[in-house]
Design a binder for this molecule. Structure first.
Ligand SMILES: [Zn+2]
Length: 237
């Protein structure tokens, strides 16, 4: 689902990258295949798109204004932990850019800073949303994430969006929260769902907090070499 193209920069819109938290499912046949691209079945031209491994880190910011201060602090720690897991797996570097108030547009699946400030390139925007205010989230879909902008010519993701249920964050155990964040950040990095119930990228998130070889192979296959300097500044409004 595409919402616009500007100078080869593609706004992706929401992909089928939701997560269900629910009853255990029967384990699928053991699979050692790498987790697939999130674009498989959506846009074959973008299959394999991933983030570039540049010296400058990918930044992330979060809106935790719907959470109490303790929960907010804990969730930021869990996010930092989840980014660290993916960093070790992929070689990508991530840096926390701070707390930001954001507005969520459900139709385009994008988060925008309320200050009006434009998001930097190579950035992941994250927000915790009260379930009752958004149709995107409910009692079983407690997180959703997707790349937001992709350089089509070089299949490089340059922006991603992740939203989480504020209600779930308050109630979940540390392990449940970590499992959810780890899974959703996998989507932000370009991974789709794995059929193997043992993988972090399986669509039903339970309490898996260790990336498997297949999750790691999946993300490694998506990382592209850095072409910083060739990117032109673009706006997408
Ligand atoms: Zn998912």
């Amino acid at each position: 689902m595409h919402t616009g193209v500007v100078k080869g920069l593609l706004a992706v819109g929401v992909l089928a990258a939701l997560v269900l938290v629910g009853a255990p499912t029967a384990s699928a046949a053991d699979s050692t295949g790498a987790a697939p691209s999130i674009f498989a079945g959506h846009d074959e031209d973008l299959v394999g798109a991933g983030w570039a491994a540049c010296p400058s880190p990918i930044t992330w910011s979060v809106d935790v204004s719907s959470l109490d201060s303790t929960t907010a602090q804990v969730q930021i720690q869990h996010l930092a932990w989840a980014f660290d897991q993916w960093s070790r797996a992929s070689g990508l570097e991530f840096a926390f850019a701070g707390r930001t108030r954001m507005s969520f547009d459900e139709r385009s699946f994008t988060l925008r800073a309320r200050s009006g400030e434009r998001a930097p390139e190579r950035h992941i925007a994250i927000s915790y949303l009260p379930q009752r205010e958004y149709r995107t989230l409910n009692d079983t879909i407690v997180g959703m994430a997707s790349p937001s902008l992709v350089w089509r010519d070089r299949r490089e993701i340059t922006s991603a969006t992740a939203v989480f249920s504020r209600d779930y964050a308050v109630d979940a155990s540390s392990r449940e929260s970590r499992a959810l964040l780890l899974h959703e950040l996998g989507h932000a990095l370009g991974l789709g769902h794995s059929e193997d119930a043992g993988h972090v990228m399986h669509e039903i998130v339970q309490t898996r907090t260790s990336l498997t070889a297949a999750d790691i192979a999946g993300v490694q296959s998506l990382v592209t070499s850095c072409s910083a300097g060739t990117a032109t500044t673009t706006t997408l409004s």
